[in-house]
Design a protein around this ligand. Structure first.
Ligand code: GTP
Length: 651
């Protein structure tokens, strides 16, 4: 079967059973209300004999021994105390419960001392939740009724252990018979289970009661402190509401057992009036709030959760505004709360919520003990200390069991936390591994990039070197070209182009420095004859020879020699004066004339004619002027017979 369908069927069954049970409870409570009022109308009493008291064993008062009368405004105390037996009614309920009675009830209790000695007796009403209880006894000496009060007007009894339940002390003379009149007022159940105790036995019974209740209150208080600690440590709302629930149980038990009034709030009348109802209200309220959190109703059963919230909000609001919820309604809701809690626990358990089992066990204990107490109070069951203590035991068992469940929750939460932590750790590891892998990939990428960059850089450097080398080569080639373009290939002297460029430059320098600039033009005499006689190669050899001689005579770095064209040479001498120029020219001429050229076994003699000129260059005396002057001087040297120097000076 489909899982969702199965779950829907379970939910449907749950709501149907809840509704059916609710209807049954409502019906039972209605019947109960009816029975309480209608069945206890009573019938006139006949003398059924006195209750025999002794010092040996306690005597439980049975309904057949006593009779009752309802007090109303037309009957006063004296009327009742002096009334005849016929006015009194028998109690129909077997177990001394008259149901709800708003008016005070008088009980007539005839007693006698069967002993031949005086006995000290205590009459105990074993249900402490009464507004007031007064015991009247006729005092033969004073001819009046002595009265002991218990309840709202309780006074401590000196030298006796205080009893949480109403207890009245009296003495009976040997074989004395008398009638006790007990007036009881309560707005709750008119339930008066009574027992006559010999005083010593009563005191012993009080001691054991104190021990039992001390243990129970101790256990509840320990659980309260434990859960408060858990709340402070874990900050979970479940623990604080559970603590509040335990606290309200303590409060309720203090009311029910009578110890609250006996030990805590004594004669605080407002607290006495509301304590019981308030404790019941708070008990159910915190129980419901706790159930909401403990069984996660908000998540598991949304509708039940909403109903509880609406009811308790309305109830609390009405209480705060001063209205009280009618008792019957609150009883129905209280019973409903028990049923809802039990069914919710069971429902969640069959749906697989394991902690709900603990809750169910605890709740069954509690519900059974509460039902037993209720049945006792309304008179269906006889008074029994087991039932009286049973509810307390039920609470202790419930509190312990639920604490176990909460401890189980803690354990489960711890396991969940460990699993979650492990998952988180694994996830963290995975993330850190992925991060490490990404980092490694990133590093590899960076490394590859670095390598690429290095390679590129190397290539760039290499290429730059290549380019630099090429540029250098180009520069060298250009330089060589430039040199070639300015050099005469035969004599290896500078050519005419160089001379023109150089002359322009040095002329400007001389102009700036206002210095002299000199020039020599050297022409080989009858060179045509040499060519014609010995051939052009011989002529070339002669040209090279003359170039070598000229070079020897020019030492200054600023001086320059050039082949001016054909068999003509030019020497430019910046800063050289006429006198020195003539000396240089004459030395040159002489050196050439003294030398000769050997060619193919011929000894060729050479002479040169030299034109000298010196100018002081200016913007009016350009380089051309110097060349022209020098050329003129050379012309004169040729005309005047050759192998000689002629000068032109314009300074
Ligand atoms: N071998 C050779 N001969 C050259 C070169 N350049 C010019 N010549 C020759 O030089 C000769 C110059 O002759 P001319 O101008 O008549 O002069 P010259 O014979 O020296 O007569 P004068 O200068 O008047 O003494 C020519 O025959 C040219 O051919 C050259 O580079 N090599």
């Amino acid at each position: 079967m489909d899982l969702r369908f199965k779950e829907a069927a379970v939910t449907k069954r749950f709501y149907i059973s809840l509704l059916a049970t609710t209807l049954v409870i409502c019906a039972l409570l209605t019947i109960n209300q009816y029975l309480m009022v209608s069945t206890n109308t009573g019938s006139p009493v006949t003398n059924k004999g006195d209750i025999s008291l002794s010092n040996y064993s306690p005597v439980v008062v049975k309904a057949e021994h006593i009779s009752y009368l309802t007090e109303n405004s037309s009957i006063n105390t004296n009327d009742l105390l002096n009334s005849t037996l016929g006015q009194w009614k028998t109690i129909e309920s077997k177990h001394l419960s008259l149901g709800r009675r708003d008016m005070a009830i008088w009980y007539r209790i005839p007693i006698k001392n069967t002993n031949a000695t005086t006995i000290n007796q205590v009459l105990e009403i074993q249900w402490p939740n009464l507004y007031s209880a007064e015991l009247y006894r006729y005092n033969t000496n004073l001819l009046s009724y002595a009265v002991q009060h218990r309840g709202l007007s309780t006074q401590p009894i000196p030298n006796r252990t205080s009893s949480p339940t109403p207890a009245f002390y009296f003495t009976l003379a040997p074989h004395e018979s008398t009638v006790l009149y007990l007036r009881v007022k309560t707005s709750y159940f008119q339930y008066v289970p009574m027992t006559f105790w010999a005083e010593t036995l009563f005191q012993q019974q009080l001691q054991s009661k104190i021990i039992i209740y001390s243990l129970c209150f101790g256990a509840l208080s320990a659980m309260l402190i434990f859960n408060l600690f858990l709340f402070l440590k874990l900050r979970s709302k479940t623990y604080i509401f559970y603590s509040m629930y335990i606290l309200s149980i303590n409060f309720y038990q203090l009311c029910v057992t009578g110890y609250g009034q006996n030990l805590l709030w004594f004669n605080n009348i407002p607290l006495k009036l509301i304590s019981y109802e308030l404790s019941v209200y708070l008990g159910f309220l915190f129980c419901n709030v706790f159930i909401r959190y403990f069984l996660h109703l908000k998540r598991n059963l949304k509708r039940v959760n909403s109903i509880l919230i609406i009811y308790w909000s309305m109830a609390t609001l009405s209480l705060l505004m001063g209205y009280s919820i009618p008792q019957q309604v609150s009883e129905i809701v209280a019973a409903l709360s028990c049923i809802i809690a039990l069914f919710t626990g069971y429902y969640l358990f069959i749906r697989g919520y394991r902690n709900a089992l603990y809750f169910c066990i605890a709740w069954v204990f509690l519900t059974l003990s509460a039902i037993a107490l209720l049945l006792m109070v309304i008179g269906f069951l006889p008074y029994s200390p087991i039932i009286e203590y049973g509810q307390m035991m039920g609470f202790v068992t419930a509190v312990l069991t639920i604490s176990l469940a909460l401890a189980g929750n803690l354990h489960v939460e711890r396991l969940h936390r460990i699993v979650a932590q492990e998952k988180a750790l694994q996830l963290e590891k995975q993330v850190s591994n992925e991060r490490a892998a990404k980092l490694a990939a990133h590093k590899a990428l960076l490394k590859a990039q670095d390598e690429q960059n290095a390679l590129l850089e190397q290539k760039v450097i290499h290429r730059t070197h290549e380019l630099e080398f090429l540029a250098h080569q180009l520069e060298t080639a250009n330089q060589q070209l430039s040199e070639i373009s300015l050099t005469d290939p035969l004599t290896n002297l500078n050519n005419r182009r160089f001379l023109d460029q150089n002359l322009e430059m040095v002329s400007k320098s001389a102009t700036r420095a206002n210095s002299t600039l000199s020039m020599l033009l050297i022409d080989i005499d009858h060179f045509k004859n040499i060519n014609d006689t010995y051939g052009h190669l011989a002529g070339d050899t002669c040209l090279v020879k003359i170039a070598g001689i000229l070079k020897k005579h020019i030492n200054r770095a600023t001086d320059s020699i050039a082949r001016y064209g054909g068999e003509e040479f030019a020497i430019v001498l910046p800063g050289t004066h006429e006198k020195d120029l003539v000396i240089i020219a004459e030395a040159l001429r002489k050196d050439v004339a003294d030398s000769h050229v050997s060619f193919n076994g011929h000894k060729i003699k050479l002479t040169v004619s030299i034109g000298c000129a010196t100018v002081r260059p200016s913007e009016f005396i350009p380089p051309d002027c110097l060349i022209a002057l020098t050329d003129k001087a050379l012309y004169r040297a040729k005309n005047n017979g050759r192998n000689r120097c002629e000068c032109s000076f314009t300074l």
